[in-house]
Unconditional design. Structure first.
Length: 284
């Protein structure tokens, strides 16, 4: 592995980290170090997740990838992983900040993802390459995730999630915090809903995130381009109401169930949507 060491006195050291509390003295990097100084978005969430959280994470990742906005995460299992997978799917550039050394990445099951991030983005750590990590080093790395990012998106988080630690660091650093609203009865959304209560920006339309970044939102959607008008109408309804029922689609579009079901079957074959628990969702 080609590991580059960037000292705090180096001109390559990211400006975004120079003014944070307890800034790292050294950064061990593998991959494209130019990403250290690009405007990026942190996407974080719980290791435990719902189908809704998984789909939103992948969608946010894909959307930011299409807009050529790098995504920073901790490469943790769950939401972090799905965000980076969605990003890579659309040709985006990922940045992962580890709580271990670069030669001891965690979790081990993300080995393939780790290699892809090195090849197509950047992995960094403040720890020596063979450092195995300790419980306290994972929350500590979250200050770097927040510091490198111009804004933070929290998708799903319980009350004690590390994602909330990242959000707290971001607040202290003056970053914009976006939180995806969730089911008030779900433990996986308790943290995000509390962030909203305390003043975080609701992320209810992903294009709002791009507008806030000053990005062009007229990007191509390769799935929707291959749809007829009726298919597009149903697909757009699912996009606006992810997790909608067939009856609700019929009511919104004033169409019969037989017609809607036929269109849904076509959309599912095309890989645009999926059905789960009697409701219609966007595909992964």
């Amino acid at each position: 592995m080609d590991i580059k060491i960037i000292d705090i006195d180096s001109e390559l050291y990211p400006e975004s980290l120079r003014n944070i509390s307890n800034k790292p003295r050294k950064l061990y990097c593998a991959g494209d170090i130019s990403l250290l100084n690009e405007e990026s978005i942190a996407v974080v969430g719980s290791r435990k997740y719902t189908l809704y959280g998984k789909q939103v994470a992948a969608l946010v990742g894909r959307t930011l990838g299409q807009a050529d906005v790098p995504v920073v995460s901790g490469m943790a299992a769950g939401i972090d992983t799905f965000a980076h997978e969605g990003l890579l799917e659309s040709g985006g550039r990922p940045v992962a900040v580890l709580g271990t050394g670069l030669e001891r990445p965690y979790p081990k099951k993300n080995k393939a993802l780790y290699q892809r991030i090195i090849e197509e983005g950047l992995v960094i750590s403040e720890y020596e390459p063979d450092f195995p990590g300790r419980p306290e080093t994972f929350p500590a790395r979250n200050r770097i995730i927040a510091g490198l990012s111009s804004a933070i998106v929290v998708i799903e988080a319980n009350f004690k999630s590390g994602a909330l630690i990242t959000a707290q660091f971001g607040m202290e650093q003056g970053k914009t915090i976006y939180a995806v609203p969730g089911n008030i009865n779900s433990q996986f959304s308790l943290g995000t809903n509390l962030l909203l209560r305390d003043g975080a920006t609701p992320l209810v339309v992903i294009d709002d995130l791009l507008r806030d970044l000053g990005k062009d939102i007229t990007r191509a959607d390769t799935i929707s381009m291959d749809m007829g008008p009726d298919e597009k109408a149903v697909f757009d309804t699912v996009v606006k109401n992810n997790g909608i029922s067939v009856n609700e689609i019929c009511h919104n579009l004033n169409k019969k169930a037989q017609e809607v079901n036929a269109i849904l079957t076509i959309l599912e074959i095309k890989g645009a949507i999926t059905s789960y628990g009697g409701r219609i969702h966007l595909a992964k």
